[in-house]
Write a protein that binds this ligand. Structure first.
Ligand SMILES: [Cu+2]
Length: 319
């Protein structure tokens, strides 16, 4: 949706905002490492994560490069329940395994429930619920009441900790992803993260993943959908594209920014640009629609410094 030029000027604008907010952040949250988590207080969102350090390819030495690795520079989306004056406010508690009319609001800077949203990817708000072990994933679209209360039919399938993400743009504001914990009572048996794989199966479909997540920059990911071994060329539009991709970091469920590549081709390939905020493992969830049904294919992928920037001793001391 956004062109590279637009992203560039956007990042520039955020850099100014960031500078203004830095002093405030330093007063409040100096970290042990002596860095400042100004992202907690700045008003720009994390769209700029990595863009500011995007000059990797301009011939820096290894030493300079290592200080520019965006490993600790910006706070990714989804890690905070409150950001830029907006707070995700769950209202309903959920009983494990029981379909529930789940309600929540987004409280705005004026202390009231937000009622005006901008439509993005065909919806005013995208609601993602993932289990903390990343084995359960739901992407739903709640209904907005006039008073700002969102509601959606939601089931937490098994006991454990979940994270709910609200991805939205308040009218006149910046894009935000807020994250809140949901708890499902019972005997919690977390599962290990599924192994890294470039193939995912769902019903009669097999989806292949090409491309890599690269820390700090937009990595191109191409997903190819096959059914019964044949390429699918009649995918149906879903959320303004032929697929919707959500990427979550294993360990803290940081929510990545993913932009679909505009395409008129209804498959079998769907291309996205996803920005990993750091090295590590991620779980990718692709929603695609075919023959009237939305399905989700899930992959585990690792973000490494490929793309001509092989890991070296210079980098290793930062981890
Ligand atoms: Cu959505």
């Amino acid at each position: 949706m956004r062109t590279a030029a637009k992203l560039g000027s956007y990042a520039l604008g955020l850099a100014v905002v960031f500078g203004g907010a830095l002093g405030v952040g330093r007063l409040i949250t100096p970290t042990a490492a002596g860095t400042t988590t100004a992202a907690d207080t700045r008003t720009g969102d994390d769209q700029a994560a990595g863009h500011a350090g995007d000059d990797h390819a301009t011939g820096h030495t290894g030493a300079e490069h290592s200080t520019q690795q965006p490993v600790t520079s910006d706070t990714p989306g989804g890690l905070q329940v409150s950001q830029n004056g907006y707070t995700l406010n769950p209202i309903t508690s959920i009983t494990t395994g029981v379909p529930t009319d789940f309600r929540f609001t987004v409280i705005g800077p004026d202390g009231r429930a937000v009622t005006d949203y901008q439509v993005e990817h065909d919806k005013k708000l995208h609601f993602i619920v993932a289990s903390r072990d990343l084995t359960s994933f739901q992407h739903v679209h709640p209904d907005l009441a006039a008073d700002g209360t969102w509601s959606v039919r939601l089931t937490l399938p098994k006991a454990g900790a979940y994270k709910a993400f609200a991805d939205f743009v308040p009218k006149g504001g910046e894009k935000l992803t807020l994250g809140a914990d949901l708890q499902a009572a019972g005997d919690y048996r977390p599962e290990p993260l599924p192994h890294v794989s470039r193939t995912a199966a769902v019903d009669d479909y097999t989806v292949n993943l090409a491309g890599d997540l690269v820390p700090g920059r937009a990595g191109k990911l191409t997903l190819t959908v096959n059914k019964d071994g044949e390429p699918v060329t009649d995918l149906q539009p879903y959320l303004g594209a032929y697929g919707h991709l959500v990427a979550l970091r294993a360990g803290d469920l940081a929510y990545l920014h993913v932009h679909p590549e505009k395409s008129d081709k209804a498959g079998p390939e769907i291309t996205f640009y996803a920005e990993a905020p750091s090295r590590g493992d991620y779980r990718l969830f692709l929603d695609f629609q075919h023959e009237g049904k939305v399905r989700t294919a899930a992959f585990t992928a690792t973000a490494t410094l490929s793309d001509g920037h092989a890991p070296s001793a210079t980098h290793d001391h930062t981890h």
